[in-house]
Design a protein around this ligand. Structure first.
Ligand code: CTP
Ligand code: MN
Ligand code: MN
Length: 505
C-alpha cells in the first residue's frame, strides 16, 4: 500500500475529471501525476474518493457521489491509481482487495485506504474528511486458502431463510445492543449496519467460534468484526459492556420504554436531568395521553406478551368482528406470525373479502371493544393512502397510511396468587386493509423490521421497483404490479418465497 504522503505528491496537480470520468479508464494507471490542470475545485486535494458500486448499487453510488462533490470532495467515477480512498458498503477487505487486484491487473498499487461507507457519511456530516478510525477500515483478512470453509450467505436478508433457531445469540445480542444504542443516538445508518451484521450471524448454520468462519460473509463491517473478535477472544465486548453501564443509555432505555415516548422526548428529559421514572413523575413534565397511559402501565407493557395471551386477545378481536361486521377476516401478524413465543405487543390485520366493506370498520371495532371494557387506551389513525393521489408507493412513507389503531388492552388473566390483579395491560396494534392491498399489508406487517427494510431495498436497488405495505410499483414499466398473495409479491420481486417463520432476520 502507498502511504498517504506519497499520494499527496502524486495527486496534487492531477486534476479530477469531476463528473464524467471519461478519462479515468479502468485499469489505466499511466496518467497519474502528468500535470493535468485542476478542472474541478476540490477543498481536499489529498483526498480522491472512489465509491465501489458492488453491493452499494448504482443509484446509491450516484447519489453519494453527488453528495461528496457538493461538499467539495473529488469523487472519481472509475477506479484509477489517483484514488486514495475507496468507499465500500457491505464488502469485506479481502473482497475489495480481490476486486481491486482484478481492476489494476496486478501492476498497480492498491490505494491507501479501504473504508466503510460510515467514514464517508461521517465526513459528509462533518464537511471534511474525518479522522480514519479502526471502525472505518475494512477488515484485513490474511487467509490461507485451503483453510477456508465456504459458507455462502446472500447479501440481502430477504434472500435468506432466517428461523428463530439462532446459533449465535451472544454475538447477535451484542450487535443488536449496539444497533439500539445507535438508534437511540440518532445514528440510523450505523444502527442498520449493526442490524445487518447481526442478521447475517442469525442466518449461519453453526455457532461462530473462530474469526475464520466469517470470511467472505457480507455485511460485516470493521466495527462489527471488532466486536465479534472481542467477544470470541475475551468473552465480552468492552464497547457493549461500556454501553450497558452508560447512564445515558440506561436512561434512554427506561424513558423510551414508556409507550408514547420517542428518542427526541427522552433526550429532552435527560437534558432536564430526568433519568428515571421516579424523576419523571416528580418533575411535573406535561405528558400527553399516550405517555400517561404508558407510564401508568409501565410494568405490564415491559413484560413480554406470551402466545397464550396473544391467542386470548385474538379471540376477543374475533368476537368484535363477528359482532360489528360478520364476514370480516382477521390475521395475526408481526412477531407472532413469524412463530415467536413472546412479543412486545400483538398485531392484527383485518380485512373483508368484498372491497369497500372494510370502510368504517375500525371505529366500529374500537367502539365495541370500548363498550365491553377491553381498552385502557386507543388512538386510531385513518387510511390516507390513495393510489391515484399519492402515486407510486413510496417506501419511506408506508408506515402510517392504513386505518390503524394503537391500543392498550385490558386482558383478564387467571389469578395466580393472592393479592394479584385479575388483569394486565397489553399493547395491541390493529390494522385494517382493503382486500386489494391485503397481500402487501400482510407482507409489510409480518416483519421482521429488518426483513421489511431489506425487501424494500432489494426492490429499489435490484429491481427498480417501489414496495410498500400498500402496493408494488414497477418504475421501468411505470405500472403497479397486483398481487393477491405474498407468494405473488415475492415472484414479482424475483425472490424465492420465504415463509413467515423464516423471516426472523
Ligand atoms: N410496522 C410498521 N409501521 C410501524 C410499526 C411497525 O409497518 N409504525 C411493521 C414493522 O415493519 C413490522 C410489523 O409492523 O414488520 C410489526 O412491528 P412490531 O410489532 O413493532 O414488531 P414485531 O416484529 O411484531 O416484534 P414484537 O414481537 O416485539 O412485537
Ligand atoms: Mn409486534
Ligand atoms: Mn406492533
Amino acid at each position: 500500500m502507498v502511504p498517504l504522503k506519497r499520494r499527496k505528491v502524486l495527486s496534487s496537480g492531477a486534476g479530477s475529471t469531476g463528473t464524467t470520468g471519461s478519462t479515468g479508464n479502468t485499469g489505466n494507471t499511466g496518467n497519474t501525476g502528468s500535470g493535468h490542470e485542476v478542472t474541478f475545485p476540490s477543498k481536499f486535494p489529498q483526498v480522491v474518493l472512489f465509491l465501489l458500486e458492488r453491493r452499494m448499487g448504482a443509484s446509491r453510488k450516484a447519489f453519494l457521489s453527488r453528495l461528496g462533490r457538493g461538499k467539495g470532495f473529488q469523487v472519481e467515477e472509475t477506479f484509477s491509481e489517483r484514488v486514495t480512498h475507496v468507499i465500500c458498503e457491505n464488502n469485506s477487505g479481502d473482497e475489495v482487495r480481490r476486486w481491486l487486484e482484478s481492476e489494476v491487473r496486478g501492476q498497480g498499487r492498491t490505494p491507501a485506504h479501504l473504508l466503510d461507507v460510515s467514514w464517508f457519511t461521517e465526513s459528509m456530516r462533518a464537511g471534511r474528511p474525518v479522522e480514519i478510525l479502526d471502525g472505518h477500515k475494512l477488515q484485513e483478512q490474511q487467509i490461507e486458502e485451503e483453510e477456508v470453509v465456504v459458507v455462502s450467505v446472500p447479501v440481502y436478508a430477504c434472500q435468506r431463510r432466517t428461523t428463530l433457531d439462532n446459533h449465535n445469540a451472544v454475538l447477535t445480542d451484542a450487535l443488536s445492543l449496539l444497533a439500539e444504542k445507535a438508534e437511540l443516538s440518532d445514528e440510523e445508518g450505523r444502527g442498520v449496519a449493526f442490524r445487518r451484521a447481526a442478521a447475517v450471524l442469525k442466518a449461519l448454520p453453526e455457532p461462530v467460534t473462530d474469526m475464520k468462519q466469517l470470511r467472505g460473509l457480507p455485511c460485516l463491517g470493521g466495527h462489527s468484526l471488532r466486536v465479534i473478535k472481542d467477544i470470541l477472544e475475551n468473552g465480552a465486548s468492552s464497547e457493549v459492556e461500556a454501553t450497558k453501564n452508560s447512564e445515558r443509555f440506561k436512561a434512554l432505555k427506561v424513558l423510551t420504554g414508556i409507550f408514547g415516548v420517542g428518542v427526541k422526548t427522552a433526550e429532552r428529559w435527560i437534558r432536564d436531568g430526568i433519568l428515571s421514572l421516579q424523576q419523571l413523575q416528580d418533575s411535573g413534565q406535561t405528558l400527553n395521553r399516550a405517555q400517561q397511559a404508558g407510564l401508568q402501565h409501565y410494568e405490564d407493557l415491559n413484560q413480554p406478551v406470551t402466545k397464550e395471551e396473544a391467542d386470548a386477545i385474538a379471540a376477543v378481536v374475533e368476537e368484535a368482528l363477528a359482532s360489528v361486521l360478520p364476514g370480516a377476516r382477521m390475521n395475526l401478524i408481526g412477531g407472532f406470525r413469524r412463530g415467536k413465543l413472546t412479543g412486545h405487543d400483538v398485531d392484527f390485520l383485518i380485512t373483508h373479502p368484498e372491497e369497500g366493506r372494510e370502510v368504517g370498520l375500525m371505529p366500529k371495532v374500537v367502539s365495541w371493544l370500548e363498550t365491553q371494557g377491553f381498552l385502557l387506551y386507543q388512538k386510531t389513525t385513518r387510511n390516507s393512502y390513495l393510489e391515484a393521489k399519492d402515486g407510486p408507493a413510496r417506501p419511506a412513507s408506508n408506515m402510517d397510511r392504513f386505518e390503524r389503531c394503537f391500543s392498550i388492552f385490558k386482558l383478564s388473566e387467571e389469578v395466580k396468587g393472592e393479592g394479584l390483579r385479575p388483569w394486565r395491560a397489553v399493547r395491541v396494534d390493529l390494522v385494517v386493509s382493503p382486500i386489494s392491498q391485503f397481500a402487501f399489508a400482510l407482507l409489510g406487517w409480518t416483519g421482521s423490521k429488518l426483513f421489511e427494510r431489506e425487501l424494500r431495498r432489494w426492490a429499489g436497488h435490484e429491481k427498480n421497483m417501489s414496495l410498500s405495505s400498500h402496493a408494488l410499483f414497477d418504475n421501468k414499466q411505470s405500472r403497479y404490479l397486483r398481487a393477491s398473495s405474498e407468494e405473488e409479491i415475492f415472484a414479482h420481486l424475483g425472490l424465492e418465497y420465504v415463509p413467515p417463520s423464516e423471516r426472523n432476520a
